[in-house]
Design a protein around this ligand. Structure first.
Ligand SMILES: [Zn+2]
Length: 422
């Protein structure tokens, strides 16, 4: 066992992890439409070649997940999760390379998904293949490559959890850089509908009631939630301010400021029928993100009350879809501590657990009571933008972190999450 462990830190996996990452990028799994069939087949075949029992299952036609399991007998189960879908490449003329070429140039792998998150998936795959050769471990590793993350995760990770695919701890290979992500804000998407009384435009505002005008008041009221300061419980308070200092050091001042506020975006509006009619209806949709430690339900009640007080009747406001609560795994959790030690050992750096301002499939695992951490190779600037890429050096580091994590999580005698010092 120790022989295996010692080799991990200098594990020469550069060629393998780079090649796999390029291969994954060449499958254009843009979501929408989230067609991952060919990519799922590639991943299955890769794992099967490594001797790992693998299968594909679909929640609905086209939404395929790959499940693979390393079974070393009784013991704890570590889940490794990554999504196969990527956001669309958008306007191809804005890219300075083929987003689905998977080209390797000057120490980078280039393409849509390089950071989010085919780089992470590639590193998970080579770590799985490596771990399949070990025979001194105890417990299980449950690998899942999922669809649908970029459109909510309902048909990927959430569905798998509902089918009973779960474990004692989970690592998601989402892009993070050196600092693992242990929590995320909640999301509250709302639709407001304002009603008015139609009349001839030539007599407005003497006659009728204009629904568009009413909606402008609703928008102002909803945006006022941004100004609020909130009373946080001690642990969220500490986590938020630690993350804020880390983000500010990295030049991410805007993201830092968003963490302890409810952010608001009105993303869509439609109303009225004709230029010379007083509008009798108007509809708008809002995206609000709620900090950890604050309940989405409380924010919604407050908003409804404010709209009632400040705009009055003639407005309905309701969630567009199931809101998701902000969630986090405590930095004191043994699994978080194990991940931190593993990153420290492999990279020689000083990782700090941080929160993310957006959300991911991690929320489903946390909702199922599974301690969950995100760590993966990343060049954060290119994510969801043009010219996405990832460094080969980070791919190698991630593969080593995952391999060491599998090793130490599944090593008998280590206690649940205790790392043996080298
Ligand atoms: Zn992602």
């Amino acid at each position: 066992m120790m022989r295996e462990r010692k080799t991990i830190k200098n594990w020469n996996c550069e060629h393998e992890v780079t090649a796999v990452c390029s291969d994954l990028i060449r499958f254009p799994s843009e979501n929408p439409p989230c067609d991952v069939a060919a990519l799922a087949m590639y991943i299955s075949e890769y794992l099967q070649r490594a001797g790992i029992p693998t299968r594909q299952i679909s929640s609905v036609p086209g939404m395929t997940s790959v499940i693979a399991e390393l079974d070393f007998g009784p013991g704890p189960c570590l889940v490794l999760n990554g999504h196969m879908d990527v956001v669309p490449a958008g306007d191809r003329t804005r890219w300075s390379f083929d987003p689905f070429g998977g080209e390797v140039r000057e120490g980078y792998v280039l393409g849509r998904g390089a950071s989010d998150m085919k780089g992470g998936l590639a590193a998970l795959l080579v770590a799985m293949a490596q771990a399949a050769r070990w025979d001194t471990l105890r417990g299980r590793v449950l690998f899942m490559a999922v669809p649908d993350e970029e459109t909510g995760g309902w048909y990927g990770t959430r569905w798998l959890l509902e089918q009973g695919f779960t474990g004692d701890a989970c690592l998601i290979a989402e892009p993070s850089g050196i600092n693992p992500t242990i929590g995320q804000k909640g999301a509250l998407w709302l639709r407001a509908i304002a009603r008015g009384i139609p009349a001839h435009g030539s007599l407005s505002p003497l006659v009728g009631e204009n629904a568009i005008l009413r909606m402008t008041q609703v928008i102002k009221t909803v945006y006022s939630i941004w100004e609020r300061t909130w009373a946080f419980p001690p642990e969220p308070r500490r986590l938020i301010s630690d993350t804020q200092s880390t983000l500010r050091e990295e030049g991410l001042g805007v993201q830092a400021e968003a963490l302890d506020h409810v952010t608001v975006n009105v993303g869509r509006i439609a109303g009225g029928d004709k230029v010379n009619i007083v509008a009798d209806h108007c509809e708008a949709e809002f995206d609000l993100r709620v900090p950890i430690g604050i309940s989405v339900g409380d924010v919604f009640s407050l908003l409804r009350q404010l709209v009632e007080e400040q705009v009055g009747s003639g407005v309905e406001i309701a969630p567009v879809r199931d809101p998701s609560e902000a969630n986090y795994t405590s930095p004191a959790d043994p699994f978080v501590q194990l991940v931190l030690r593993t990153i420290r050992e492999v990279t020689g750096g000083t990782p700090r657990p941080v929160l993310q301002w957006a959300s991911s499939d991690a929320r489903f695992f946390r909702r199922h009571g599974v301690p969950t951490v995100q760590f993966g190779p990343a060049e954060l600037q290119g994510i969801h933008g043009y010219n996405e890429r990832v460094t080969v050096a980070q791919l190698v580091q991630a593969a080593r972190v995952y391999a060491l994590l599998i090793h130490d999580y599944l090593s008998p005698g280590n206690g649940e999450c205790h790392l043996v010092e080298a």
